[in-house]
Each structure stands twice: as structure tokens, then as C-alpha cells.
Design a protein around this ligand. Sequence first.
Ligand SMILES: *Cc1c(COP(=O)(O)O)cnc(C)c1O
Length: 462
Amino acid sequence: MNKRHSTDYKTYLSEEELPTHFYNIRADMKQDIAPMLNPGNQKPVTVSDLEPVFATELAKQELNNTDRFIEIPEEVRNFYKMYRPSPLVHAKFLEKELDTPAKIYYKFEGNNTSGSHKLNSAIVQAYYAKEQGLSSLTTETGAGQWGTALAMACGFFGLDLHVYMVKCSAEQKPYRKAVMETYGARVTPSPSLETKVGRAILEKDPDNSGSLGTAISEAVEEALATDNCRYVLGSVLNQVLLHQSIIGLETKAALEKIGVTPDIVIGCAGGGSNLGGLIAPFMRDRLAGKEAPYFIAVEPASCPTLTRGTFAYDFCDVGKVTPLAKMYTLGSGFIPSSNHAGGLRYHGMSPILSQLYHDGFLDEARAVEQTKVFEAATTFARVEGTLPAPESAHAIRVAMDEALKCKETGEEKTIVFGLTGTGYFDLAAYASYRNGTMTDYIPTEEDLQRSLQNIPHIAGIQ
Ligand SMILES: *Cc1c(COP(=O)(O)O)cnc(C)c1O
């Protein structure tokens, strides 16, 4: 590594350049997000409403819309040093493959065992739980990256962890369970018989294959019923976007180091945490009226939250035990078609990103079909070497499409995207793409209406 910690291909920040503070975009938003509402009395939630569910410091972060920078605890920074700063890669081989005048860069977050950016927030949430003297945490996981990341974080700080894993994912990915258990977590397929809400769901529908919304309800119920236990969530929440701002802060610093200004920044969007984190410091420029890139959120056509959802207060879970958040939503009962393999299957979207999209600061949301996503993933794996997570491949798809547009117009745009993780646990999906059994299911208007009609009516509000 030379003095600039960069080569032609990769740019690394040094350990000393690891950010010391997270960036809280809420401090700079023109229109703050609508307050989360208590589902009981429909009043804005307070720290004391959230404390039974979240560790106190995290409850404070969730509601903090004034502190622009929040210090990263030293123990967390030390943990980060095991896998951060993460590299910014100049995708020269992809540029050559596409024969495009565009310049393509990606921020790679897959270089840790959990295989995704989720570890960035997991370690912070486990740290504050331990600081508070809690003994255990509960959570949900869909594809398994969040559960794995949290298992690593809880293993590191010596906390017990119970993971409710969406049943169909648990069946498709038995080795995810083995990794989580290796790090000391207990894993239960959801819906389960361990909670009231799980038993109620199974009584009505014994074959229910589970959803993130179901698993969240189970995990929250257990946290509330257990002493010294709290619930943690790996996306959607304001605190998670805050922690993921480390992605964007490093990306901006690395680009400045090599003198590159991005024209387009692209990220996949499930609950919105990696995209929110990646764009945060660039969005700060946009909000301050300075020059800023064009922002694109990419979502699956089978779970089109931003492109076809409604901006309204909705529940974050199926059991309706969580606070109401104002966000783009498909309705808390929405379950993507079972042949959807690409992750990003949550019914809602981060309230912060939702507000920024509603107000026109997040420029565009684009929905892409999964066969096109796996086509892009395959090209990327062959030329750039890394086998991408299907979620990340949504961003690759749109980065490639934008680069191909540049080929037509001759424009030399600079495109930056988030490569959020690796796809080693998604090989069943890669295999179904290869053998031609993968299909694209786009929900019909009736499918969406059925789910959207369950969005609650709240007296005096909506
Ligand atoms: C969870 C996950 C996502 C989507 O979550 P966001 O909160 O929208 O970032 C994207 N990529 C990978 C690899 C993931 O594990």
C-alpha cells in the first residue's frame, strides 16, 4: 500500500481516518419526519415509551433530531477496525466489460463474516445493551444477514441472543442457522409456538411461511415479557440509518482523497439503511443547497414500496405491537411472492428516506425485476470477482443501466453504488436463475390494494 493508501483499483482510508462520529441527517432535514405514534393512544412516542423495547441510549438516538454528530464509542471503533475502513473500489473491469465512458465505483461492505453492512449497526446496538447491563436481546431476521451480524456482535460482548428467523428463509438457508449458533445465538423459525402472536398466526394459518412483520411481532413480545431483555432491529429505524452513516462518511472521504466527484449515487433499498447511510453526507450537501449527486433507490419489482406504496402512518409489524411510523408502505400484511429470492422484502421504508423521497431530495426510486438483477449479478461476479448478495445486485443492475446510457450518449458520468454484501448463502437463488426456474412476479393492482386497505385510519391524522 502506498502513502495515499490507494492503488489504481482500491482506495483505503487508514485506521486513523476511520470516522469518529456518526452523522445524523435529521439535524439537517428541511422537513423532519412525522413523529412515531404510540399504537395505544396515538400520541407521539417518548423515550420512556420506547425504553421497555429498546436500550435507553438507542431510544434516545431514535428520537434525536438535533445533534448533527454523535460520537462513536471507542469500543465500537475498535471493533470496526477489524473490518473497516472498507474499500472503495474502482470497477475498472466492469467499465471495460460494458465498454462505457462512465466511471464506476463501489463501496464494498461484504468483507466481514456476516457478509453485509448490517454489522455496522449490530455492534453499536449490542454495545449500548451491554453498557446498560442488559443480559439478552431478541430480533428477527429474513435472509439471515442481520441475525448473523447481531450474533457476532452479541458473541463479542457476551450477550444472549434469540433470533426469530422467517420460516421460509430458515428452510431455504439451514447454514445461516449454523453460523448464528456458532456465534452463540438461539434461532427459532417464525411464526413459532413460543409467543402468543406466533400461536395466533399459526392457529389461523398453520402453513404460514412467515414474514419480517411476523418475526418482528414475536421478537418484540418476547423482549417485553423478559427481564433485562430488549429488542433490536437491523434496518428502517432512525438509529440504524445513523449508524450506517459510516458507509457514506468513508465513501465521501475516499472520493475526496482521489479527487473524484460523483454524479450519481445508487443503493438498493429494503428498509433503507444502507442507502440512507451511503447518501447521508452527500444529502447534507444537497440540503445545504450545494452541488450534490443524483440519488437513486433501487427496489425489487416484487416488493415495490417506494414506487407503488403509499406515504402514510402504518405499523412496522404484522401483530401491530410496534409504534406507527409515517413511511412509504405496502401495508403491514404484505408478503412478497414466494418465488422472490432477492431479499429487500420489507413492507415499509425508513421514515427518513420516505420523507426525503416525498420532498424530492431523494431523486428517484426504480423497481427492477429479479431475473434482470441476477443477470447483472452474474456479469459482476465474472468480471469484478466478488459474488454479490442478490440485494446488492439491485444496485449493480441500475449502475450498469446508467453506465450503458452513458455509452449511448458519450457522457463520462461518475457512478457510485453500494455493494452491500456477498451472496454465498444465496446460491439456491443463483442456481434457480441458472436453471431457468426463476421467474418475475410483479404484484397486480388488486394484490396491492388488498394489502394497502389494511393501513390504519387514525382519527384526526389520516
Ligand atoms: C439487509 C440487506 C440489505 C437491505 O437492507 P437496507 O436496510 O435497505 O440496507 C441490502 N443488502 C444486504 C447485503 C443486506 O443484508
